[in-house]
Design a protein around this ligand. Structure first.
Ligand code: GCU
Length: 676
C-alpha cells in the first residue's frame, strides 16, 4: 500500500551511493519563512536523503561554515554568499542546482523555485544518478495547473479513482490530510496551481462557509507552492446572490462579483484565480444577455486584477444541439467561430484555455486551430490526465507521446515556425501569459488515479509542462526508476508496455482519425460506434453503407481545414497530403479508399483492431515476467488491470469490426470478421 501511495516519491534506497558518501551532513535554509516552500524543501531533502541514502542530515537556519546543502532564494543566497553568476538566468519559478563544489547549492528565483530544485536533486539521487551537475532550469511557461472536476457532494465528474479528497456533503472535506501528500506530488513535478472544483460549477461553493473552507484547503497546498483556484458558475449572482440577473455588464452583478472576490481573497490571500466554463454544454454564460464571451471573461478579470489573480476562460464553447442533417455543420469549428472575433478583446489577465484538439480529448485529433488563430490573447493548452475517452484507467494508455505530438506540432502561422508548445508558452505571439492545464481528477483511492501505471501520466504532464522538449520515453523511464525499480528488466517491460499503449488503444478503439468510437452519450466507456452519429453532440463519423468520415474540407465540407494557417490548411484540404491517421477526421471517403499504406480503409480497420487487441494480450505476459521484481501488492493490482484490458480489447475489436462489417458488408480479406 505504501509504495503505491508514495508513487514516485518513495525515496527507496539506491544500491550504490558513489561519491555521495561525502554528502554534506547539514542543510542550510536561507531566509526560510515558516511553512513556505523553502522550509518544505528542507524537510523534503531530509526525508529523501534518509530514504535514498540512509543518511541523517540536520536542518540549520544559518550557515555553519562546514559543507552544506544550501537552499534558498537567489536573493537570500546573495546576502550571505555574495554575487551569484547564474542569478540573471533565473526566471520565475526557475532554479539553479549545483553539486560540483564543496556545497550543494539549490537556489530558486523564488521560494517555489528552490523547492523545485530540491525535487530535481532528489529525482537524480533517487535514480542512483550521482554525476556532478551545475545547471539552471526554468519552466517553459508560467501557468502549470491541475484541474480537478470535483463536485461539492463528493463525486468527481469523469473521475475514476474513488471519491473527492476536497469535498463531501456540500462542504469541504473534514479530513484534509491527503491533500498535503497530493500537494507534494504536484509540486515535485513543477505544478504551481490547482483548481479544485468541477468546471460544471456549483454556485454554493461561494457560500460564506465554503469560502472559509477554501482557506483551509489553500493552507494545505501553500507550503508546496501550489496556489488554489476555483471554477465559477456564471449565474452565481442569481443562484445564490439573490439578484434577478447575471448580466456581466449590470452594475449590480459587477459589484456582487467584486464583493465575492474580496471575500475569497480574505480567506485565500494568494488565490491564483478563476476557471470559467460559460455557454457550454448547458452552463450559463454571457450570451444569455447578448454579451460577448470576452465581456464575460473580463468581468472576472477586473474583479481579480487588484489581487493579482488571473482568469482561465475555457474555449470549450459549442452548441450541443447542432443538426446532423446539415453537411456543413461542424462542432470542430465552434472554438474558432466563437473566439476569433474576440481576439484582442480579452483583458491581459485572461487566459483562454484550449483543449488540445477541436473536439474533446479523443485518441487522435489534430491540434485545435484556435492556437494559431488567437494572436492578441493569452492561451493555455488543456490536457487530460484522467482517461475519459481513453479507458478510464482500466486500459493502459501512456499519454506522453500523444501530448508530445501535439506540443511539437508546427502550425506554421504566417508561414513561420509556430509550434503549439511555443504558442502556449506565450513566446510565439509575445503574450504576457500562457501555459498548461491538466485535468487530473485525483480521487480517494490509495494509488491516487485508480491505477498504478496511470500515474506515469501525471508525472509526464508535469515534466512536459516544465519542459516540452523532453522525450516522453525518457520521462517515463525516470518515472519507472523512481516508482518501481532500476532493475533493467522492470524498466524494459514497463517501457515496452507504456510506449506501445497509445497506438494499441488507438488500434482497437478508433483509427484513421475517426475518434474514440466509444459511447459518447453517457459513459464515454466501451465500444459504441452507433452513438456517434445522428445526435446534436457533433462527434460524428458520417458512416453509412459505402462511406465514412467527416468532410472538413473547404471545397466540399465544413470548412474546418480552412481554419488552419495556409500551409496546414492545404495539407488537410487534400486527401493525398492528409496523413493516414487523420484521414477520416478531414475526409469523407469510401470504405474502399486506398491508404498510403496500400490498404483500404475498411481492411485497415479490421487489421488494426486485430493487431491492437493482440498486442494488448501480450501486456499480460509482459507484466507477468515482472513477478518477484515488483512488490506483491502492486504486481497483483496491475496484473488485474492488464487481464481486464486484454479481455476488453477483444470486446472492442469484435464490436467495432462487426459494426462496420454489418454496415458495409465488405468482407475481411483475412476472413476473421463476419459470419463464417
Ligand atoms: C467533456 C466531458 C464533460 C465535461 C466537458 C468539459 O464533454 O464529458 O464531463 O464537463 O468535457 O470539459 O467541460
Amino acid at each position: 500500500a505504501e509504495d503505491g501511495y508514495r508513487a514516485w516519491l518513495r525515496y527507496a534506497p539506491v544500491a550504490s551511493s558513489g561519491n555521495y558518501s561525502s554528502l554534506p551532513s547539514s542543510i542550510v535554509l536561507l531566509n526560510a519563512t515558516r511553512n513556505g516552500p523553502v522550509s518544505t524543501a528542507g524537510r523534503e531533502l531530509q526525508q529523501g536523503i534518509r530514504g535514498i541514502l540512509g543518511k541523517r542530515v540536520d536542518i540549520n537556519e544559518t550557515a555553519t561554515g562546514s559543507p552544506a546543502i544550501i537552499v534558498g532564494t537567489a536573493e537570500a543566497y546573495k546576502l550571505v554568499y555574495g554575487d551569484f553568476e547564474e542569478e540573471g538566468e533565473l526566471e520565475e519559478d526557475g532554479y539553479y542546482l549545483s553539486t560540483e563544489g564543496r556545497d550543494i547549492v539549490i537556489v530558486g528565483q523564488n521560494q517555489r523555485g528552490a523547492l523545485y530544485g530540491a525535487f530535481d536533486f532528489l529525482r537524480r539521487i533517487g535514480q542512483g544518478n550521482f554525476a556532478p551537475t551545475s545547471h539552471v532550469s526554468n519552466p517553459h511557461a508560467p501557468i502549470r495547473w491541475s484541474n480537478e472536476w470535483d463536485n461539492l457532494d463528493g463525486t468527481i465528474e469523469r473521475g475514476y479513482a474513488g471519491t473527492s479528497l476536497f469535498f463531501q456533503d456540500g462542504h469541504r472535506a473534514t479530513n484534509l490530510f491527503r491533500l498535503t501528500d497530493y500537494a507534494r506530488l504536484l509540486a515535485s513535478v513543477g505544478i504551481n496551481g490547482i483548481v479544485i472544483n468541477n468546471v460544471n460549477a456549483n454556485a454554493s461553493l461561494l457560500s460564506p462557509e465554503n469560502i472559509q473552507g477554501l482557506g483551509s484547503i489553500a493552507n494545505t497546498f501553500r507550503p508546496y507552492g501550489v496556489r488554489l483556484g476555483i471554477s465559477l458558475n456564471f449565474a452565481s449572482p442569481q443562484i445564490i446572490g439573490g439578484l434577478n440577473t447575471f448580466d456581466p455588464l449590470d452594475p449590480k452583478v459587477i459589484s456582487w462579483w467584486s464583493n465575492i472576490t474580496d471575500a475569497l481573497y480574505a480567506s485565500v490571500p494568494d488565490l491564483a484565480g478563476y476557471l470559467v466554463k460559460a455557454n457550454s454544454e448547458g452552463q450559463p454564460g454571457p450570451l444569455t444577455y447578448n454579451r460577448t464571451l470576452a465581456d464575460g471573461a473580463n468581468l472576472f478579470a477586473k474583479a481579480v486584477k487588484p489581487h493579482g489573480g488571473i482568469v482561465m476562460f475555457r474555449a470549450f464553447v459549442y452548441d450541443h444541439h447542432i443538426s446532423p442533417d446539415n453537411w456543413k455543420n461542424d462542432r470542430a469549428n465552434a472554438a474558432v467561430d466563437f473566439f476569433k472575433p474576440l481576439d484582442g478583446k480579452f483583458d491581459d489577465n485572461v487566459v483562454v484555455q484550449i483543449k488540445y484538439g477541436p473536439i474533446d480529448f479523443q485518441v487522435r485529433e489534430p491540434p485545435s486551430p484556435l492556437f494559431s488563430t488567437l494572436r492578441k490573447t493569452n492561451v493555455a493548452i488543456e490536457l487530460q490526465i484522467t482517461q475519459e475517452y481513453l479507458g478510464h484507467q482500466d486500459h493502459l494508455v501512456y499519454l506522453g507521446p500523444l501530448w508530445k505530438e501535439i506540443l511539437e506540432y508546427d502550425l506554421r502561422a504566417d508561414d513561420r515556425p509556430s509550434k503549439v508548445k511555443d504558442i502556449v508558452s506565450s513566446e510565439r505571439f509575445g503574450r504576457p501569459l500562457g501555459g498548461f492545464a491538466g485535468v487530473v481528477n485525483v480521487g480517494s483511492e490509495n494509488n491516487w488515479l485508480g491505477s498504478h501505471l496511470a500515474m506515469s501520466n501525471l508525472y509526464a504532464y508535469g515534466m512536459l509542462a516544465w519542459n516540452p522538449s523532453l522525450e516522453p520515453q525518457d520521462i517515463l523511464q525516470d518515472w519507472i526508476r523512481l516508482t518501481f525499480s532500476s532493475d533493467p528488466k522492470v524498466i524494459d517491460v514497463i517501457t515496452e508496455m507504456s510506449m506501445k499503449s497509445w497506438p494499441v488503444y488507438e488500434n482497437y478503439t478508433g483509427n484513421l482519425g475517426i475518434q474514440t468510437l466509444t459511447d459518447i452519450l453517457y459513459t464515454h466507456y466501451g465500444p459504441n460506434p452507433a452513438s456517434q452519429d445522428n445526435n446534436g453532440w457533433g462527434q460524428w463519423t458520417r458512416a453509412n453503407k459505402h462511406t465514412i468520415g467527416m468532410d472538413r474540407t473547404v471545397k466540399n465540407g465544413t470548412g474546418n481545414a480552412g481554419q488552419y494557417p495556409p500551409q496546414i490548411a492545404s495539407q488537410f484540404e487534400n486527401i493525398e497530403t492528409t496523413p493516414d491517421n487523420l484521414l477520416l477526421w478531414f475526409h469523407h471517403v469510401p470504405y474502399t479508399q486506398v491508404l498510403k499504406s496500400g490498404k483500404t480503409v475498411i481492411q485497415h480497420f479490421y487489421d488494426a483492431h486485430y493487431e491492437g487487441a493482440a498486442v494488448a494480450q501480450t501486456f499480460v505476459k509482459l507484466w507477468e515476467s515482472l513477478k518477484g521484481k515488483v512488490d506483491k501488492e502492486r504486481y497483483e493490482e496491475v496484473l488485474f488491470k492488464q487481464v481486464y484490458q486484454a479481455g476488453h480489447a477483444l470486446v472492442w475489436r469484435d464490436s467495432i469490426n462487426q459494426f462496420y462489417y454489418n454496415l458495409s458488408e465488405i468482407p475481411d480479406q483475412a476472413k476473421r470478421v463476419g459470419n463464417h
